[in-house]
Design a protein around this ligand. Structure first.
Ligand code: SIN
Length: 485
């Protein structure tokens, strides 16, 4: 059993939260385990169809009063919630690390990252503007207002169990929507803790509901219930496509934040130390388990040897281990199944002629630890090139010209994040425009923040989270034609 030394033990909630009530009754339960050693962190009741229908009914009941609040009132409640997150940042980070495995410093960062979305949307709530449009005839007025979509279903992943939920809840609540959330079964405790703080912040019962347990049964209700007007999902492209298809029967709006295959390009004119730093930040964050992680590192042939040796030296300094220990910078992967899958991708590359520069083996710390790895000589035929890796593996690919690398970088069905390093201003513009991605970082390996529109093109999804655009996904436009003037 993982023992958590929390200052506030009430934050360790372990069951679904529906209409302001913690639902502890269930026929069965499942264990949330710590990826470091598979010890049990908590046992969570399995809820399914009935509880999800109750949650939708609660959200529907709470909707009229919530949407009728003034933007200023909703904003104040969101801000209270944000403040509570930061007040309890340490406890929330401890819970997050215990169930997810990321180092505590990253977990603290994730809590602050989620709180930033709450702060941002507390402010944006007050800026939901409409339009007046000059009418084509004198006796009419054309007015456009924005109204909340209605009840929103949020399905969130295990890699950012707190921030991905905050990034959906904050704009939904700011817009005047109520929500039913289904967190990943690997990491529900961070979601329950957010709900506990929502209650303390004064958010009325029924506005935020969390259901956990039988994923297919919950998913079935969330995708087909006529009272759910929108579904927002962060996760794999495979599951996103299934959810989109299921939502078609009731024509729900969807926002999809799906998989990526991020190119990370190092041109010969780059500041190589900055590029190495960017690669380390982008590649090994959360043990390589983010959808914006550098997935294919393209290096211009003339600087490949130098870049590769500097990247190796920097990667060797990473410390893998239990994320609660001081100095640890890379935690375990979420489960052994994920690790075996990543090892399969490494083996496929080695079998096809690539070479190991560093790592490639399991760590001695436990069954979910994979050494930070660098593989050189990767080609477009290999799984490391074509598939999202979702693990701490950096594949190096050599290129000669700008034109060639743009072609290779865009040669994927994904289009989420892309990065490149160059000190040539003309190239910075050209390459930024040519990369077929929703987000492009130049001379940085980190582009996520609440002020920016996060999202992808192609099979990486649709919709944007964060920024002024993030609210649009939770608003309907209504055109009011006023005649007889
Ligand atoms: C994700 O991996 O889904 C999100 C990463 C981020 O927000 O930076």
């Amino acid at each position: 059993m993982t023992k958590l030394a929390l200052n506030d033990h009430k934050l360790l909630r372990t069951s679904s939260y529906i209409d302001g009530v913690w639902i502890t009754q269930a026929q069965n339960s499942f264990d949330v385990t710590n990826p470091v050693d598979q010890s049990v962190v908590a046992s969570v009741p399995i809820h399914g169809k009935d509880e999800t229908e109750d949650a939708v009914a609660a959200a529907q009941k709470a909707l009229p009063a919530w949407r009728a609040k003034t933007a200023k009132e909703r904003s104040a409640l969101l801000r209270n919630w944000r403040n509570l997150l930061m007040e309890h940042q340490e406890d929330l980070a401890q819970i997050l690390t215990a169930e997810q495995g990321k180092p505590l410093a990253e977990a603290r960062g994730e809590i602050a990252y989620g709180a930033n979305y709450m702060e941002w949307f507390a402010e944006e709530a007050k800026r939901i503007y409409g339009d007046t449009i000059p009418a084509p005839t004198g006796d009419k007025r054309v007015v456009v207002i924005r109204q909340p979509v209605g009840v929103v279903a949020c399905i969130t992943p295990w890699n950012f169990p707190s921030a991905m939920l905050a990034r959906k809840l904050a704009p939904a609540l700011a817009a005047g929507c109520t929500v039913v959330c289904k967190p990943a079964n690997e990491t529900p405790l961070s979601a329950f803790a957010l709900a506990e703080l929502a209650e303390r912040a004064g958010i009325p019962k029924g506005v935020v509901n969390i259901v956990c347990g039988d994923t297919p049964a919950i998913g079935e209700v969330l995708t087909t219930h006529p009272d759910i007007r929108k579904l927002t999902f962060t996760g794999s492209t495979r599951v996103g496509k299934m959810l989109m298809a299921a939502c078609a029967s009731t024509v729900k709006r969807t926002s999809m934040e799906l998989g990526g295959n991020a190119p990370f390009i190092v041109f010969e004119d780059a500041d190589l130390d900055a590029a190495v730093q960017g690669a380390i930040a982008s590649k090994y964050r959360n043990a390589g388990q983010t959808c914006v992680c550098a997935n294919r590192i393209f290096v211009q042939a003339s600087v490949m040897e130098e870049f590769s040796s500097r990247l190796k030296a920097a990667t060797e300094k990473l410390v893998m281990g239990d994320g609660t220990q001081d100095g640890v910078t890379v935690g375990p992967m979420i489960h052994e199944k994920a690790l075996i899958d990543v090892q399969g991708k490494i083996q496929d590359a080695l079998d096809s002629g690539a070479s190991l520069v560093l790592g490639g083996h399991r760590g001695s710390q436990g069954s979910c630890f994979l050494e930070p790895t660098i593989v050189s000589g990767v080609t477009d035929k290999m799984r490391l090139f074509r598939e999202e890796i979702f693990g701490p593996v950096a594949p190096l690919i050599s290129f000669e010209t700008e034109e060639e690398v743009i072609h290779m970088a865009n040669d994927t069905e994904y289009g989420l994040a892309a990065y490149f390093f160059s000190r040539d201003i003309g190239r910075v513009w050209r390459v930024s425009e040519a990369l077929d991605y929703g987000m492009v970082g130049s001379n940085t390996g980190m582009l996520s923040n609440e002020a920016a529109p996060f999202g992808g093109v192609k099979q990486s999804g649709q919709g944007r989270e964060g920024s002024k655009y993030g609210l649009e996904d939770y608003l309907e436009m209504k055109y009011m034609c006023m005649g007889g003037i």
